[in-house]
Each structure stands twice: as structure tokens, then as C-alpha cells.
Ligand binder design. Structure first.
Ligand SMILES: *Cc1c(COP(=O)(O)O)cnc(C)c1O
Length: 396
């Protein structure tokens, strides 16, 4: 591994596990605080006329945010990471790179909030979109003269469609399009799209990076200097940056990213196999199952299969009975934390997605999504045994 340009340690070829512990030493203070301080200040004193401490105003930049950005950029192998007040603020800022008349190809299955942004805000700003299932369709026939970018998630939220990032990046390069990948579901621990040819990586930092369901944040990571400058300019202008305290929470969350994801991923595989054995479960969609159509691509482009499982039960009543009876597992929106959450996409994460789009993507009132946490797997299985038994009785 190449350690050049790293401000952290010397002469160590770091694994990602170690990288999660390595702060940017160039930012550390004279006291040597191991827990990086929260610089809770709006503004910074100038040493003299025409001089700067490196910081001027927290909307522009703050030491705590900078430390966080440094480690996220390091984990994603980017030249820079830019921290936002939410994942949606990150995506909305990236969309400000485009102008009226520009055309973007988006994956047909995306986080519901992203679809809402494209449908309700970006359209109003004069962008055109074509939704393509990039896991199975070739984007090339959809590229037009005014096409500027391809935007995707892999695996997608919630249907877990897997797209070959390298393959799409070859098309994007040839046609001079930006390839934007929302890497939230994998986190930088399992997948690094910039190394597979993407130009821009997005994260909801609320999810695996933060890891504790206690804060909202987002990231944009880039490798190109010009893109970096443009996105920083937009962020500063519209004021979408992450606060010092939230930066600190995500910085702390990242310390345990590796161990959390190892455990969640192990639990998810075991739970996916367990779910398959229940007669009310019609389909289990987890890309770590060899029968998943994206399994081989995942093995090629990622270091794990993640902690997200989508499954389908045999009736809406059964799905609702599960949601009404979980106790150890929480019925809540969001994902990527230490606790296992169960989500009902049709009324939660994807409530604002038009019915025809839901139908086309295969999201129904029988679809449930699990974000698997780090609990003991025997307890998670025991919880499902209990909940399935009650649901069976209630729907009999
Ligand atoms: C949650 C999520 C977002 C939005 O992030 P927020 O932090 O909630 O604004 C974007 N993309 C994906 C894949 C998500 O799961």
C-alpha cells in the first residue's frame, strides 16, 4: 500500500481497520487530545491583517469538520471529502453542479428521498431525467447530447439491485459523463467506488459512518480538484455544512466502523439464511446469498455484502403483524446503526415515491427492509421466531 501523502503515521501499511483509528496529525492541538475536540465556535480570530489561522468562519470550515472530512476522504481514497448537514444536503449540493437543460440518467431504484429530490426539486430547476435499471439495462441507448451524469446506488435501497460500477464507469468515461455513486449501503469499509472509476461518491453519514442512530450527516467525496473546488464553493454559499458537534459524533462513530460492519455483515448473512426457512417469507433479497443475481459482482467490487436485507412476506397483514409485534428489533426508519431496525418502505422511506415507480421496482405492501445490527444472532433469530408465531396467529 502507498502511504505517501498520509498525515497520520509513518511506515505502516494500514488496513481499513487501522485507518479508522488514524486521525490527521496535522490538525491535532498542542495538548495531544486523543478524542479530537469539538470546536464549538462560529468564528475565528485573525492573527493580524491579511493573516489567518487557517479557519475564518464555521460555515466555510471548522477544525472538527475538517478532521472528520480528512478521515472520510482517507477511507474512500478520495482527494477530499466534504461533510454536509445530511445525506440529502450532500445530494442536493451535487445537483447544483448541473444547469437547466442538462440530462441525467438515474438508477430506477433509489432511496425515496433522492427520488423525491429529483422529481420535486431538480425537475423544477430544469433538469431532465431518465430512470434506468442499471443493474440489468445498458445505459448507452439512453445517453443524449445533453446527458451530463449517471447517478446510481449499489446495492440499491431497498431492492438490493447490484450494478457493476466498473462497467458503468467505462461508459461514463467514453461519453464524458460524471459517474455519481451513493455508497451509503456499503460504507467505505466494504466498497470504494472512486477506485472502480466513479467521479463522485455520496454517503448518508447518518447511517453506517455515524453508526449509532444519534445524528444526521452526509458526505461528498471526489478525486478531481476542479470538482472539489466547485462543490466546496456551493456548500459554503448555501450553508449546507455539518456542525462541529455532529462532526464529532460521526468522527467517534467511525472509530468502530470496521468491527460494527464485520459483526452486522455476519449477522445479516445468518439472518438471511434463517428467513428463507419461514413459509410466510416469499423472497429474501440479500446480495451475500449465492442465488442473488448480483452475488458475483459483489464479490468482485466489494469486500463484504453489507447489513441490509429486504424480504417479502405473503400478505400485507402478515407484514403489519410483524411490525406491530417486534420488541428486541425496533420498527423505525433509517439504517446502519448498532441496533437492528425493521422498516416498511411503502409508508416510510419510499412514501413519496409515485405508485407506478414503486410497482415497477417491485416494492409492495409485503416488502420489509431490515438493517441488521450487532446484537447476538441467536437473540435476533429468537425474536423472529416469536414474532412470526404471533403474526401467524393474528393473520390465520
Ligand atoms: C438515508 C439515505 C440518504 C439520505 O440521507 P439523510 O442523511 O437521511 O439525509 C441517501 N441515500 C441513501 C441510500 C440513504 O439510505
Amino acid at each position: 500500500m502507498d502511504c505517501s501523502g498520509c498525515n497520520r503515521c509513518t511506515e505502516i501499511n494500514c488496513s481499513l481497520d487501522t485507518k479508522c483509528q488514524q486521525l490527521d496529525r496535522s490538525l491535532m492541538d498542542q495538548w495531544g487530545a486523543i478524542s479530537f475536540p469539538i470546536y464549538q465556535t462560529a468564528t475565528f480570530k485573525h492573527p493580524g491583517f491579511g493573516e489567518t489561522s487557517g479557519f475564518a468562519y464555521t460555515r466555510t470550515q471548522n477544525p472538527t469538520r475538517k478532521q472528520l472530512e480528512s478521515i472520510v476522504g482517507y477511507l474512500e481514497s478520495g482527494r477530499d471529502a466534504i461533510a454536509f448537514a445530511s445525506g440529502m444536503a450532500a445530494i442536493a449540493t451535487v445537483m447544483e453542479l448541473f444547469k437547466p437543460g442538462d440530462h441525467i440518467i438515474i438508477d430506477s431504484d433509489l432511496y425515496g428521498g433522492s427520488i423525491r429530490l429529483f422529481n420535486e426539486i431538480c425537475i423544477k430547476n430544469g433538469f431532465e431525467y431518465t430512470a434506468v435499471n442499471l443493474s440489468s439495462e445498458d445505459p448507452e441507448p439512453f445517453i443524449k447530447e445533453n446527458t451530463k451524469a449517471i447517478y446510481l446506488e449499489t446495492p440499491t435501497n431497498p431492492m438490493m439491485n447490484v450494478t457493476d460500477i466498473e462497467k458503468i464507469s467505462r461508459v461514463a468515461k467514453e461519453k464524458e459523463l460524471l459517474l455519481i455513486v451513493d455508497n451509503t449501503f456499503m460504507s467505505p469499509y466494504f466498497q470504494n467506488p472512486l477506485l472502480l472509476g466513479a467521479d463522485i461518491v455520496i454517503h448518508s453519514g447518518t447511517k453506517f459512518l455515524g453508526g449509532h442512530h444519534d445524528t444526521i450527516g452526509g458526505f461528498v467525496i471526489v478525486k478531481d480538484e476542479d470538482l472539489d473546488n466547485r462543490i466546496r464553493f456551493i456548500q459554503n454559499t448555501i450553508g449546507a455544512g455539518l456542525s462541529p458537534f455532529d462532526s464529532w459524533l460521526i468522527l467517534r462513530g467511525i472509530r468502530t466502523l470496521a468491527v460494527r460492519l464485520e459483526r452486522s455483515g455476519e449477522n445479516a448473512l445468518k439472518l438471511a439464511n434463517y428467513l428463507k426457512t419461514n413459509k410466510h417469507v416469499k423472497k429474501v433479497i440479500y446480495p451475500g446469498l449465492p442465488e442473488h443475481p448480483g452475488y458475483e459482482i459483489m464479490k468482485k467490487q466489494a469486500r463484504g455484502f453489507g447489513a441490509m436485507i429486504t424480504f417479502e412476506v405473503d400478505s400485507a397483514e402478515f407484514a403489519r403483524a410483524i411490525l406491530n409485534n417486534v420488541e428486541l428489533i425496533y420498527f423505525a426508519e433509517s439504517l446502519g446503526g448498532t441496533e437492528t431496525l425493521i422498516t416498511y418502505p411503502v409508508t416510510q422511506t419510499h412514501a413519496d415515491v409515485p405508485a407506478d415507480v414503486l410497482k415497477k421496482n417491485g416494492i409492495t405492501d409485503c416488502t420489509l427492509r431490515l438493517s441488521v445490527g450487532i446484537e447476538g444472532i441467536a437473540d435476533l433469530i429468537c425474536e423472529f421466531n416469536r414474532v412470526f408465531a404471533i403474526a401467524e396467529k393474528e393473520t390465520a
